[in-house]
Design a protein around this ligand. Structure first.
Ligand SMILES: Nc1nc2c(ncn2[C@@H]2O[C@H](COP(=O)(O)OP(=O)(O)OP(=O)(O)O)[C@@H](O)[C@H]2O)c(=O)[nH]1
Ligand SMILES: [Mg+2]
Length: 355
């Protein structure tokens, strides 16, 4: 399962033009100006709709145009205001605007019914009625409608992620995800085998939580090396991060810090998240020999440290149970907060009002 990602173009409607015209009545051959204003162009909104499950429909339709406003008419008639265009997207859609090769996050739609303005329709132009003055009684001036905004927009739908595995290339992220879930990402001992986030559902017997393998980081990902780091925005959604280290490394502490520096460079909050350090490939080393080194070099970081083998499935149950209990604890706290937020307190009704 991959993350959905589509690019669309939105063009709001132009404002209608104002009109320059003059009253012509039977006994009033030189009546004053009566040109009406143009109507407003349609705005374009995104609308989060829980009935929509994916961004699949956008694969066929890329251009979204709202109608233009109607032109002003005689007799001060206002042009028609065009209808706004609502584009429905699934919950969990993140919206980016493309500006000069940059992708700027515009909004994050996560509540049913949430609306965000993508492009504003142009205002209607003024008709010549607005330009009459005591010295200029017959103005032939009118205003054109304003142009509607246009934007290139990227929509990304992030699926719910509970645990995100982050690690250097070849640390065994795909092997771990395959061992824990039915996901089958390619496993190979060359670099950057996994190029997009991969999801898998992990069942601990009570809860089924979604784990994600994030494509590999390397020292300098934040500077664009390797696969870069743009996929880390997905990691931001996971309440718990698993830093996967390779037990064969001679500098576990350095590896951990380099990983954390990379995610900190992407987003400081990400580096503060609840996390576990998992040291993989313990089957390939003499554990007794490195136990003390591991304890000493990682202890003061203050994160739980678990030694595992993804290949031989050693102590994966410990990793699962630790990670899941952290996720459930965070979710429990969050839902407590949300309940507090939405408490509905109706005002007391004065029953005498109904008499
Ligand atoms: N001995 C041993 N080898 C492992 C273990 N886990 C993974 N490997 C090996 O390490 C190599 C890389 O494994 P992957 O799972 O593809 O690593 P990855 O982190 O997903 O790599 P990228 O997707 O390229 O970033 C493969 O040859 C695996 O067989 C383990 O627990 N023990
Ligand atoms: Mg991989």
């Amino acid at each position: 399962m991959f993350v959905d990602n589509v690019e669309i173009q939105v063009k709001a409607g132009h404002g209608g033009s104002g009109l320059a015209s003059f009253r012509r009545e039977k006994f009033l051959p030189f009546g004053g100006p009566d040109g009406g204003d143009g109507g407003k162009g349609g705005d374009i909104y995104l609308y989060a709709d829980s009935d929509i499950e994916s961004l699949a429909s956008f694969k066929h339709k890329r251009l979204f145009k709202a109608d233009n406003g109607g032109d002003g008419g005689k007799n001060r008639k206002h042009g028609i205001n065009a209808e706004d265009l609502m584009i429905r997207v699934p919950l969990g859609t993140t919206v980016f605007v493309k500006e000069k090769d940059q992708e700027l996050v515009m909004s994050d739609l996560h509540k049913d019914g949430q609306k965000v303005l993508l492009a504003r329709g142009g205002k209607g132009g003024k008709g010549n009625v607005h330009y009459a003055t005591p010295t200029r009684k017959a103005p032939k001036i009118f205003q054109q409608g304003e142009e509607g905004q246009q934007h290139d927009i990227i929509l990304r739908m992030s699926l719910v992620v509970d645990v995100c595995i982050i690690g250097f290339t070849n640390s065994g992220k795909s092997t771990l995800l395959s061992a824990l879930s039915s996901a089958r990402p390619e496993i190979a001992d060359y670099q950057f085998t996994t190029r997009v986030p991969v999801l898998g559902v992990v069942d601990d017997g009570v809860n089924k939580l979604t784990w994600m393998e994030s494509p590999a980081l390397i020292r300098g990902s934040s500077l664009g090396k390797g696969l870069g780091n743009s996929f880390l925005y997905q990691a931001g959604r996971a309440p718990v991060i698993v830093y996967l280290l390779d037990a064969g490394s001679t500098d576990l502490r350095g590896d951990f810090e380099a990983l954390r520096d990379e995610i900190r460079a992407f987003d400081g909050n990400l580096a503060q998240k609840a996390a576990i350090i998992a040291i993989n490939k313990m089957d390939s080393i003499d554990i007794e020999a490195i136990k003390d080194y591991v304890k000493k070099s990682l202890a003061d970081i203050g994160l739980p440290c678990i030694m595992i083998s993804a290949l031989d499935k050693i102590d994966l149950d410990i990793l699962i149970s630790r990670a899941h209990s952290m996720v459930m604890e965070i979710k429990r706290k969050k839902s407590g907060e949300q309940v507090a937020e939405v408490i509905f307190r109706p005002k007391p009704v004065d029953i005498r009002e109904n008499k």
